[in-house]
Design a protein around this ligand. Structure first.
Ligand code: SDX
Length: 427
């Protein structure tokens, strides 16, 4: 295969290098194209445009493949735990036992939040959406941890990373408990990373907390499945904010806001709201399928479709299986799961969805498990953010250590050409 692409504009030919990824993905390097030709390329939504080279996550949308640092999502979900996956994504290798111990100890030492942060949390109405609270608290952390802002050395970046890995689960748990009107909880030195997340979120103020392995294992698996997904909307946000050399916490706060949107991470909340509406409507899935296909109707089948996956999202398969297992072991019969399965079956046989290669994505079944764990619907996207934290960190660290340039896309201007000012008395 030639390693040169040729573009011809007005009879003049321009040669551009072709680059190959380690999985033989092909790209045309247009980094010198405007200098050469005066032209730019344009691609709203970046459907055909790569923003960076990355060693972190590989996904093949046609084949439904997802790997973190070369390890398949299926193996990691089955055999690893979330803290191991955090280490793998951020530093590139699965940790030895001693590396994992040191990493966890460094994180434990940072798992305390400045007491004044509670005053900020108190300032929110109990009805505030948890994603807005979490984004604000993450940004507020900067004020209490100024040394985490101007980080350039690998050591300073490491310190900022263990700080946010220690504090973010506490912020997530406190956001949840504020919304529930419950007193705030801390973790225990002798519990595991995800055990502490469960304890801080679910401990009843009047009862000793007992670790429930079913809940912890389900949470651990869901967090692994959400941990990274290459250059999705929120990760691209974290990278571009970080490319201005804004600090890690400020970049993460921006990523949380991007994830909140119902077309992205907010879809897991929208899926349950949709399934509940169908249940209230007597389980009339055909009506909602018709709405999803009606171009005049803004309704979309939430949890279906994906920018990259034109096959099953491998995470959706794993979560669907886990949903059955978790509900069975918790002795829960959730009619919404049966509605979801019915909707999936119908959509996979419907030409509209088949022609557009619309399959269930990570958000389609995840809410059913979160709900079975007692997590309220508007906290689902916060759980997504908790899972995606190591991926955001890994991508931000890669961008900063590689000293990548500030992100600044071009545009094609389509507004007015030059025109003279008209004073108000003449308008
Ligand atoms: C996540 O990027 C990532 O990796 C994201 C993520 C991650 O881990 O970070 O995987 C997490 O965000 C998963 C996606 C969650 N969002 C939803 O479930 C919301 C519902 N899905 C859609 O809004 C949509 O599928 C997107 C936003 C996910 C993808 O949209 P695209 O790639 O811009 O595709 P498109 O809107 O151009 O759709 C192509 C066609 C259109 O029809 P036509 O104009 O060709 O006739 O498919 C239709 C769309 O109308 N379509 C849908 C649909 N999704 C696409 N029709 C009905 N229901 C849907 N869900």
């Amino acid at each position: 295969m030639s390693n040169i692409a040729t573009i011809e504009i007005n009879g003049k030919k321009y040669e551009l290098p072709i680059v190959l990824g380690s999985e033989n993905e092909i790209a045309i390097d247009i980094s010198k194209f405007r200098d050469l030709s005066g032209a730019i390329t344009i691609d709203p939504g970046f459907k055909n445009t790569g923003a960076c080279y990355s060693d972190i996550t590989f996904l093949d949308g046609e084949k439904g493949i997802l790997r973190y640092r070369g390890y398949s999502i299926e193996e990691l979900a089955e055999k690893a735990d979330f803290l191991e996956v955090c280490y793998l994504l951020i530093f590139g290798e699965l940790p030895t036992y001693s590396q994992l111990e040191k990493f966890h100890n460094d994180i434990r030492e940072q798992s305390i939040i400045a007491e004044d942060m509670k005053k900020i949390l108190d300032g929110f109405p109990q009805s505030a959406h948890p994603m807005g609270v979490l984004s604000s608290l993450t940004s507020a952390l900067i004020a209490f941890n100024p040394s985490s802002v101007n980080v350039t050395s690998e050591e300073a970046i490491y310190k900022a990373i263990v700080k946010i890995l220690g504090k973010f689960p506490v912020l997530v748990a406190w956001t949840h408990r504020k919304h529930q009107g419950l007193p705030l909880e801390y973790g225990d030195e002798d519990l595991g990373y995800v055990e502490n997340i469960a304890k801080m979120m679910f401990k009843k103020p009047n009862k000793e907390y007992k670790v429930n392995p079913v809940v912890v294992n389900a949470l651990d698996k869901l967090l692994i499945l959400h941990a990274d997904h290459e250059q999705n909307c929120s990760t691209s946000t974290v990278r571009i904010v970080g490319s201005s050399h804004a600090g890690l916490f400020a970049s993460l706060s921006a990523g949380i806001s991007a994830l909140w949107g119902p077309l992205h991470g907010g879809a897991n909340q929208a899926v349950i709201e949709m399934l509940e509406a169908i249940k209230e409507d007597g389980g009339d899935t055909k009506k909602y399928m018709a709405k999803a296909k009606d171009k005049e109707d803004p309704f979309r089948l939430m949890g279906f479709g994906h920018r990259v996956y034109k096959n099953f999202d491998p995470r959706a398969k794993i979560i669907k299986k886990a949903a059955d297992e978790v509900l069975m072991s918790l002795g829960i019969n959730d009619p919404v799961l049966e509605i979801a399965k019915g909707l999936e079956k119908e959509a996979l046989e419907d030409p509209y969805f088949v022609e557009r290669k619309l399959y269930p994505n990570v958000d389609f079944y995840s809410g059913i498990i979160y709900r079975s764990l007692g997590i309220p619907t508007n906290m689902f996207t916060v759980m997504f953010a908790l899972g995606r934290l190591p991926g955001w960190i890994a991508q931000w660290r890669e961008m900063r250590l590689r000293k990548e340039p500030i992100g600044r896309p071009r545009q094609i201007y389509t507004g007015h050409t030059l025109r003279p000012f008209v004073s108000v008395d003449k308008r």
